[in-house]
Design a protein around this ligand. Structure first.
Ligand code: SF4
Length: 97
């Protein structure tokens, strides 16, 4: 069993993909550290990586408020469009059979 002295040496990874400007979450409106998404870093994007909010790499750069707002606004637009489509589809008989 570990002593209390060893436990005190545990540190939390503060910077992670969730707060990295290159993280493109699948669901920007509900993203937390368990969120999955893609890494869009110019040197990594070609690998089509799936990363989670709690992942990290040494290319990390902190996301700006402007970038967060952009991701959230785009997600709201996408959500509104999906909702409109669902309303239209729900009017069709047997649409969900
Ligand atoms: S893998 Fe690296 S560059 Fe890509 S989102 Fe995560 S921290 Fe950022």
């Amino acid at each position: 069993m570990e002593s209390n002295k060893e436990i005190k040496n545990i540190s939390w990874q503060g910077a992670n993909c969730l707060s990295c400007k290159y993280f493109v979450p699948n669901d920007p409106l509900n993203a937390d550290i368990l969120e999955r998404g893609k890494c869009a870093h110019p040197s990594l994007v070609k690998f089509n990586l799936v990363v989670s909010g709690r992942d990290w790499c040494n290319l990390y750069q902190e996301i700006s408020e402007k970038r967060i707002d952009k991701l959230v606004n785009e997600a709201h637009k996408k959500d509104d469009e999906q909702q409109k489509n669902l309303i239209e589809e729900s009017k069709k008989p047997n649409a969900f059979d």
